[in-house]
Design a protein around this ligand. Structure first.
Ligand code: GLC
Length: 739
């Protein structure tokens, strides 16, 4: 991407909005802006946090209300519910021009009905279920007065030390791009303005998930080729899906804070991508450019942020305090200010807020929608689709319902809070189905006993003896362990991603009883649990599965739902392997079967392979792949090639396989990874059923960003692979691209 000077970049992006399609809304925005003072324009770019989560007692809350009344605030976050949003909106409508506020909230995985954390939902690889989850979240939030959610988080993340890996779609660009689009469509519905949808936010722009050492808010340093190849595509997918807004990120990217990064926000987003929505800063990220050492003071931060394309200042008070003076001093051109204001007002018109400022704050609809029990069914569906069967020795699972004695043990077995995960805003905790509750209600004739053994986090082993005694009186143990909900999410990076506290010791004590053990693992990130991985008879990874978590786990354990989830992120053997992704490079000294190569790209104390690979997930049935065929072994120009193969369910129960298509470009001007995910399909088959599955390979499938950041495919040989996981390739073939 040729760098454009800020002025040129500004001109380029302004040019887009100036020639934007002249619609009725454009005309209304223009008419309104012609009446606005600079103070009122700046007010539209000022976002404040409100009642619920900072509380009316928060500092200068009365001043905030006065600013709203004076038309000096454009949006509030953290105000929710019909009553509160009506009250605050009424204040804004007392201002001179009666410009309504936008109400926003972090509706990340549900509003009242809590869905699995996003990384868990990503493990479903089910775009329809993910879209429905976002749609229900939007429907509930919109019924509670919310116009705008700060989701989806589309940051590719390959470092599970980073706590926010919980909020995204994992490590893969292609899967992450599909999920980004599904979530935007889910939140926004068919078009903005329907009162069962909200504006989405593609965040955090950009490359926030690549924080050095997995330490949240840390610097990010990478080549522009990596940025374009790995980290930007999910944002482009969100923009193409119509994401109404973007949120920038706290991190610097190659030395420049994203909030002040014209290359990101002007050259790429508003320039090359022709993006017409608006960019909100992350919480005080404008102000934080001072401690970054990029802005001399708050005024300098305001100037640099808006000139770089940050349209709205969330809780930074930089724009409210300094932007008007900066415009008057000529440090910010009026057309830059006008462009930002136009983008914000356009969304308010698109939401219909000028015609009906209270249209999202309807008490009757709030009551009806938030009480809709059918939402729980969708939460159950996506939760069970998210669960990944990591191990199942001797087909111990599914559990029999015959009069077996099942001991449900562990610090998370009866927890409701932990099943919700982080970023829960209005969930009904008392209605969360715990794991032991779910198992009890699905157990049939089985006799269920329970022992907590230790509190969540498992700091003490004092309760182990009782748990072992309970386990000794059973035929099988179900052990629920993992992280607590507050160990992942924002500002929750960990240097040690093993099981917290004494949980491994608890597993060993239970293992010593000689009873078969099924481990249910709960976490917002990949964990390292080698002892359990080696010695447990079966392991299911349930992430934080939400309101219906206990029922989803029970349905999987008893076989009412045959697990189909696949890992959206690599599970390392140790934190020392991080960052670790399936999309690795061969290097000049690959680890080959040929042991004679002494100096290999390897460790002396660990294999290179992960504990569990990206795309891994077992089923209660077996799938056979055969008959791979290409419609042509050679591809030229814009020709397309069809890859097809037979998938058979050779087991005894119905099941769903997520077949994965990977590709390797064998020789190229920029070395390519050993594997890149280029397609997947969920295929449900009855026992004995066979289906022909096909993928279309086109030039785009073979393309990548070269060292000049030019997207394209290069002639040569490509290896095409299909399989059940990135480390479980079943069939492969080669394709020649001739030019
Ligand atoms: C937080 C997060 C961001 C969130 C915002 C508002 O710091 O980084 O994801 O949307 O502030 O809560």
């Amino acid at each position: 991407m040729k760098k454009l000077h800020i002025a040129a970049a500004v001109a380029a992006s302004l040019a887009v909005s100036a020639h934007a399609q002249d619609t009725q809304i454009d005309r209304k925005v223009t008419e309104l802006m012609q009446q606005m003072t600079v103070t009122e324009k700046v007010g539209q770019l000022h976002q404040l946090s409100g009642r619920q989560f900072t509380g009316p007692t928060s500092s200068n809350y009365a001043d905030k209300l006065a600013d709203i009344r004076a038309g000096k605030v454009g949006s509030m976050l953290n105000v929710t519910g019909v009553a509160d949003t009506r009250e605050i909106q009424a204040l804004a409508l007392k201002s001179r021009l009666k410009i309504p506020l936008l109400f926003s909230l972090d509706v990340i995985h549900g509003y009242k009905t809590v869905f699995p954390v996003p990384l868990g939902e990503a493990a479903s690889w089910d775009m329809e279920a993910i879209e429905l989850s976002a749609h229900i979240a939007a429907k509930e939030a919109a019924a509670a007065g919310i116009h705008w959610t700060f989701a989806p988080m589309v940051d590719v993340a390959r470092d599970p030390r980073w706590g926010r890996v919980m909020e995204g779609a994992g490590e893969d660009t292609y899967l992450g791009s599909q999920i980004a689009a599904a979530r935007v469509h889910g939140f926004q519905g068919k078009q903005l303005g329907a009162t069962d949808s909200v504006m989405a936010t593609a965040k955090h722009f950009a490359a926030y998930g690549a924080a050095i050492a997995g330490r949240d808010y840390n610097a990010v340093d990478m080549s522009e080729q990596q940025l374009h190849e790995v980290y930007l595509p999910p944002f482009k997918a969100a923009a193409d899906a119509g994401a109404a807004t973007f949120m920038n990120s706290f991190n610097t990217l190659n030395g420049i804070p994203a909030t002040g990064n014209a290359m990101l926000q002007r050259d790429i987003l508003k320039g090359a991508w022709n993006y017409k929505g608006f960019v909100v800063s992350d919480w005080a990220s404008v102000r934080e450019m001072v401690p970054h050492g990029f802005a001399a003071d708050l005024s300098d931060a305001a100037v640099k942020a808006i000139n770089a394309g940050s349209d709205m200042d969330m809780e930074g008070y930089a724009y409210s305090q300094h932007l008007e003076a900066a415009v008057k001093a000529g440090k910010v051109k009026m057309e830059v200010l006008d462009d930002a204001v136009r983008r914000v007002l356009t969304k308010k018109f698109e939401l219909g807020l000028f015609d009906e400022p209270y249209r999202y704050s309807d008490a009757a609809r709030e009551k009806a929608v938030l009480g809709d029990a059918s939402h729980r069914a969708a939460a159950l569906d996506v939760a069970q689709k998210s669960i990944v069967l990591l191990k199942n020795e001797n087909k111990l699972l599914p559990l029999s319902r015959e009069a077996k004695r099942i001991a449900v043990i562990g610090p998370l077995a009866d927890s409701q809070r932990d099943l919700e995960g982080g970023w829960v805003v209005q969930g009904e905790r008392a209605k969360v189905v715990s794991i032991v509750e779910g198992i009890r209600s699905h157990a049939g004739k089985a006799k269920i006993s329970y022992a907590q053994a230790c509190a969540p986090g498992c700091a003490s082993s004092a309760g182990f003896a009782e748990a072992v005694a309970t386990a000794s009186r059973s035929d099988i143990i179900v052990l629920a362990v993992g992280e607590t909900w507050d160990m992942s999410g924002e500002a929750k990076s960990r240097t040690d991603i093993t099981l917290p506290g004494q949980q491994e010791a608890l597993f060993n004590a239970l293992k010593a009883t000689g009873k078969p053990i099924v481990v249910v693992m709960l976490a917002g990130r990949p964990l390292v649990f080698n002892t359990i991985a080696d010695k447990a008879d079966a392991i299911v990874y349930a992430w934080f599965p939400g309101s219906e978590g206990g029922n989803a786990v029970a349905n999987v354990l008893f076989g009412d739902y045959n697990p189909s989830g696949k890992l959206p992120i690599t599970f390392p053997r140790s934190v020392g392997q991080i960052p670790l992704s399936y999309a690795q490079y061969n290097t000049g000294r690959p680890v080959l079967a040929d042991k004679n190569i002494t100096y290999r790209s390897a460790y002396i104390d660990s294999p290179n392979t992960p504990r569990y690979a990206f795309g891994h997930g077992l089923s209660y049935t077996d799938f056979k792949y055969s008959g791979l065929a290409l419609s042509s072994a050679v591809m030229a120009g814009t020709q397309k090639v069809t890859l097809s193969f037979d998938l058979a369910n050779s087991g005894k129960v119905e099941g769903t396989e997520i077949v994965q298509l990977y590709l390797r470009d064998m020789v190229s001007s920029v070395v390519r990874p050993l594997k890149e995910l280029k397609g997947f399909q969920k295929v449900r088959l009855k026992p004995g059923e066979t289906r022909r599955v096909s993928f279309t390979i086109d030039r785009d499938t073979l393309s990548f960003f070269n060292s000049q950041l030019k997207w394209g495919a290069e002639a040569g040989e490509f290896k095409l692979m299909v399989g059940s996981a990135s480390d479980d390739i079943r069939l492969e073939n080669t394709l020649q691209l001739t030019q």
